[in-house]
Ligand binder design. Structure first.
Ligand code: FAD
Length: 393
């Protein structure tokens, strides 16, 4: 018994339909280049929608819009995560971007001079691929997390939504970055809370103040967007350090944590008898642990020799020189400090699409125009439509 799968050929595949993917799509559509956006989630904006309920942007609406569509509402307000998700859905609809949701690429490789992607029973072939997504895809937890007692509720920040997911009793937050600090403040309203980790500095003013919303934020954005970029000597010098350093605390300050009654504890070094063991030898009996420990590096599904020994993709401004036709958008400090944010991703998308368009111009192959070819191998067949695909949002 053979297998029947469906193969789709298109000039460019964009993997990821979050803000990076739709910004790339916007510029590809503007240039009239054929493309398809593939996204694992069921709806555009789900990466934002699935974050914790109380999350608000730290960037005001005036800096949250993508190219061609301003973010609705007052420029100095801080949008909720659901407003960002809705905005991204509207963006894709407005520009009629061909997004296929519910398709997770499980392998990307090169075959016969083209990129090939498999996504379950689907196969996509393309001359160009843009991997459009932030580094925040796969949660990172220490190995000893699995040694915690099974009756302890443990979650990664990616899965945390609200305090009602926790059981009564103490909560240990592991990691003092922005996620850890925000979540700690929230859960401390209803649970005795401990936080472990080293703060990586903090912004010394209240981002909600009038001065910050209207003046200071512009300065911060200017520095992040124009000064700390690969165009300046200081940006080039600092990039290697910034790539792997946690961002400073933005909304919550250390005194806020103290005022809320949160206890600062030492690094979590392991477990003892199923309980968290701290670096100073203390064992803390908590009923909940929230791992705010960041995300794994790399893209294990990319089967191409483009990674350094730390697992980071080697690229120049998002262009992978060793594998022509492969691009990244959305990565932390791809070009500047704002590259992984709403305010910076559009500029990177434009640069990458310009490079891709120049390459497409010289490709000998006549661009395949969303040509869909059915390949019959078995009775288990999947049928995909050909042509432009409606946006599912
Ligand atoms: P993502 O939003 O991660 O989208 C990637 C998409 O790719 C997802 O939809 C996913 O389903 C899909 N995908 C992944 N792998 C595959 C695959 N193999 N095949 C198919 N599809 C795949 N930025 C700001 O500007 N302001 C803020 O206030 C702000 N707050 C943040 C708060 C938190 C807690 C976090 C984690 C980040 C925050 N950011 C903020 C940073 C950044 O804007 C977001 O992470 C944003 O979601 C990144 O968008 P993206 O499109 O690059 O990647």
């Amino acid at each position: 018994m053979g297998s029947r799968y469906h193969s789709t050929s298109v000039q460019t595949v964009v993997i990821g339909g979050g803000q990076a993917g739709v910004a790339v799509g916007h510029y590809l559509a503007k240039r009239g280049l054929p493309f398809l956006i593939l996204d694992a989630n069921q709806n555009i904006g789900d990466a934002w929608r699935q974050r914790w309920d109380s999350l608000r942007l730290f960037t005001p609406a005036r800096y949250a819009g993508l190219p061609g569509l301003r973010f609705p509402g007052r420029g100095d307000s801080f949008p909720t995560k659901d407003q960002v998700a809705d905005y991204l859905g509207e963006y894709a609809r407005r520009f009629q971007l061909p997004v296929r949701n519910g398709i997770r690429v499980d392998r990307l490789w090169r075959e016969n001079g083209r990129f090939t992607h498999s996504a379950g029973a689907h196969r996509f072939e393309a001359d160009n691929v843009v991997v459009a997504m932030a580094n925040y895809q796969a949660p990172r937890l220490p190995d000893f997390a699995r040694d915690l007692r099974p009756d302890i509720v443990q979650l990664h920040a990616q899965d945390y939504r609200r305090p009602s997911q926790l059981q009564a009793g103490g909560v240990l937050i592991v990691g003092l970055g922005n996620s850890g600090a925000d979540i700690a403040i929230e859960v401390a309203q209803s649970h005795p809370t401990l936080i472990s980790g080293k703060e990586s500095g903090h912004i010394p003013w209240r981002i909600e103040s009038f001065l910050a919303r209207n003046v200071l934020i512009r300065l911060v954005r200017f520095v992040g967007h124009h000064v700390l970029s690969l165009k300046t000597p200081i940006g080039k010098k600092l990039r290697p350090k910034m790539l792997h350093r946690a961002a400073p605390l933005i909304r919550v300050k250390p005194p806020d944590l103290i005022d809320t009654g949160i206890e600062f504890v030492q690094k979590v070094a392991g477990t003892k008898d199923g309980l968290p063991l701290l670096a100073d030898g203390q064992i803390r009996e908590v009923q909940n642990v929230i791992w705010c420990t960041g995300y794994q590096r790399g893209f294990p599904w990319i089967d191409l020799p483009i990674f350094d020994n730390q697992g980071d993709a080697i690229h120049e401004n998002g262009i992978v020189r060793d594998v022509p036709g492969l691009y990244f958008v959305g990565l932390h400090f791809l070009y500047s400090m704002t590259s992984a944010t709403l305010t910076g991703v559009g500029r990177d998308a434009l640069r990458v699409v310009n490079a891709l368009a120049a390459r497409a111009k010289y490709q000998k192959r006549k661009p395949a125009d969303l040509l869909s070819a059915e390949v019959h191998r078995s009775s288990e067949s999947v049928s995909l439509d050909s042509g432009r695909v409606p946006v599912s949002a």
